[in-house]
Ligand binder design. Structure first.
Ligand code: PLP
Length: 396
């Protein structure tokens, strides 16, 4: 009955489901507070109070037919202009409402832009480790995801292999910074090099190659780390932004695409993307949330809470002898497995009621991802378990 394209997706889904069910089983046996689930990237810091206040004020103050109604498929003009002006203030760009397309989060933004760009058989390059859904999104439009192998020294992208993998079928490149799962921020130098390679290859093949910057973690950067704004380095950039993490609103499904005026065929791309938004069935991004963004455009979650978690877990793991680079952003630690097969390591962690995700789920075996978007208390309680795991492997 079901489409053949769905069969591999269902197999993969059951692996994720199994982990979820495993967590529930352990919780039932040992008590929820004794199970240390670091598997999910669900924000643990609440949405800012002004977001909740804005929801109430909008319902009271704005016309109900307007707030709950259809609007242009690209979203409310005033909301898009507010976002454009906020970006211009923060990053010295010169966007206007016509560059901003409201989307149903980054997942939908990526689907909208991939539907807009891809012909069957065209390629999209990304850098391992990467958010595994990219493969599904690209295959939705019969494209092919080409993966550049990881640079495990500092997890900046492997640019030599990148250049080799670009060909006349390359339509887009997806980058994600700050990165899920490593927490690494791509440096200005990295972005300049990516831009130079793409410029060169566009000339060589006489094509346009679009750089898709997937940025749900842009606002989660620690110790004053700067996350360079990608449109400044390369003309054919499209930014996929989301408020899922920056305002802790993943269930509300709100984000936007930036389609700069400078990119090739910008007006055409914008119009096609607006239609893609409609025909993919999103029609428009959630109306109430758009109105909230208008009022809370510069709001932020309490970053300090994530930063405290980051320091506690990073220092705790290092003291036990685990090896890991200190993440500058997002809310993940990417830890080297003490044994080659990290799935085995995940199984041992489970014996100590610690749930972590194998790096092979991000095309980077030999590592595990630990999501520290959990309570501070969970991290405190988990440290003795991590120590026992370290002892198991004679790391201490
Ligand atoms: N891209 C990356 C790298 C992510 O980690 C996520 C969610 O975790 C998404 C995209 C999807 O985010 P959204 O909730 O905005 O669809």
């Amino acid at each position: 009955m079901i489409s053949e394209k769905m069969i591999p997706l269902m197999k993969n889904n059951s692996a994720i489901r199994m982990m979820f069910e495993e967590g529930n089983k352990l919780a039932a046996k040992y008590g929820r507070e004794n199970v240390f689930d670091f598997s999910l990237g669900n924000p643990s810091v609440p949405a800012p109070a002004e977001v909740n206040q804005a929801i109430q004020d909008i319902v009271k103050e704005e016309d109900s037919l307007f707030v709950h109604g259809y609007m242009s498929n690209a979203g409310y003009e005033d909301v898009r202009e507010t976002i454009a002006q906020s970006l211009n203030r923060r990053f010295g760009t010169s966007f206007h409402a016509g560059n901003i397309l409201m989307t149903v989060g980054a997942a939908s933004g990526l689907n909208v832009i991939l539907k807009t760009l891809l012909n069957p058989g065209e390629q999209v390059i990304t850098f391992a480790p990467y958010f595994v859904e990219y493969g599904s999104y690209v295959r939705n439009y019969d494209g092919e995801l080409v993966v550049v192998s990881p640079n495990t020294v500092d997890f900046q992208p492997n640019l030599v292999e990148f250049e080799e993998k670009i060909n006349e079928k390359t339509k887009a490149v997806i980058i994600n910074t700050p990165n899920n799962p490593t927490g690494v921020i791509y440096s200005e130098e990295t972005l300049q090099k990516i831009a130079a390679i793409l410029e060169k290859k566009q000339k060589e093949f006489g094509t346009s190659i679009v750089l898709l910057s997937d940025e749900p973690y842009r606002e989660l950067a620690y110790d004053g780390a700067v996350v360079p704004y990608v449109t400044k380095y390369y003309r054919n950039t499209v930014v996929c932004y989301s408020y899922s993490k920056s305002l802790s609103l993943p269930g509300e499904r709100i984000g936007y695409l930036v389609i700069p005026s400078e990119m090739d065929e910008s007006a055409n791309v914008f119009q096609a993307a607006t239609i893609a938004n409609r025909v993919l069935g999103c029609v428009n991004a959630p109306s109430l949330m758009q109105r909230v963004i208008k009022r809370c455009v510069d709001a932020n979650v309490n970053l300090e809470a994530y930063d405290r978690n980051r320091n506690l877990l990073y220092n705790g793991l290092k003291e036990c002898g685990f090896s890991c680079i200190k993440p500058e952003g997002a809310f993940y630690l990417f830890v080297k497995s003490p044994v080659e097969n990290e799935k085995e390591f995940c199984e041992v962690c489970k014996q100590y009621n610690v749930l972590v995700v194998p790096g092979s789920s991000f095309a980077c075996p030999g590592y595990v991802r630990i999501a520290y978007c959990v309570s501070y208390g969970q991290i405190e309680r988990s440290l003795p378990a991590f120590r026992k795991i370290a002892e198991h492997y004679n790391l201490v």
